[in-house]
Design a protein around this ligand. Structure first.
Ligand code: ATP
Length: 199
């Protein structure tokens, strides 16, 4: 699996629809200071579900929508689509190419799509769990992140190994199941109370 294409429209400094094609191997993005290089990596984390505006170097999420310049007006929504070559079927969706899209409106609402089908953020998060691609995964190493990984708490370092070994999906499902079980136990207690009140 590899990153094949990135399409940005209305995202940060990319007012017009901009398409970046990647090939297998190393791609370097070069350009003068402030030309939008980091905005490209921000867009990848954002489309993968990043929810923290601060980690995208903004105050609130709407700040990622092109805010206008001397030459042109602001736009009303921002959209990023990321396409992966999936011919090795790393993602078990049955498609050779997988495109995830996120769109945000000035209201702050986000919409998510997998291969143009509307979906939930959870579907995108689960799709990339254990692949190393998720927004928190090790495929995106930002400035200073290596130091952070090396010096951070041992539980956080363990998280990186868990993602690499492919058990995050199961841990997350276990957590969900435990929550459902706890909710059901609470409901049962409530029912017992009601029954004893009626008796
Ligand atoms: P450096 O080499 O200094 O790290 P860079 O090439 O990584 O720079 P970025 O940080 O990606 O540059 O881009 C910064 C530019 O993006 C700034 O000019 C900023 O005004 C512009 N920018 C950020 N958010 C928006 C927005 N919402 N609307 C318009 N422009 C924006």
């Amino acid at each position: 699996m590899f990153l094949k294409r990135l399409e940005l429209a209305g995202f940060k400094s990319f007012a017009d629809k901009t398409e970046l094609e990647f090939v297998q191997g190393i791609t370097a993005v070069v350009g003068p200071n402030g030309s939008g290089k980091s905005n490209i990596s921000d867009s990848i984390r954002w489309v993968l579900g990043e929810q923290s505006a601060r980690s995208l170097r903004g105050g609130k999420m709407e700040d990622i929508i092109f805010a206008g310049s001397d030459a042109r007006k602001a736009v009303n929504y921002g959209e990023v689509s990321l396409t992966l070559d999936n011919s090795d079927e790393s993602l078990s969706l049955g498609f050779n190419e997988v495109t995830v899209t996120r769109r945000i409106h000035r209201s702050g609402d986000s919409e998510y799509f997998i291969n143009k089908q509307a979906c939930r953020l959870k579907d995108i998060t689960e799709l990339f769990m254990d692949t190393g691609i998720g927004k928190e995964a090790y495929s995106i190493i930002g400035q200073g992140r290596i130091e952070e990984i090396l010096s951070t708490k041992s539980e956080d370092r363990r998280g990186i190994f868990e993602e690499a070994s492919g058990i995050v999906k199961y841990k997350s499902r276990k957590k969900e199941a435990e929550k459902k079980l706890a909710d059901t136990e609470q409901n049962l207690l409530r029912i017992h109370d009601l029954v004893s009140e009626l008796e």
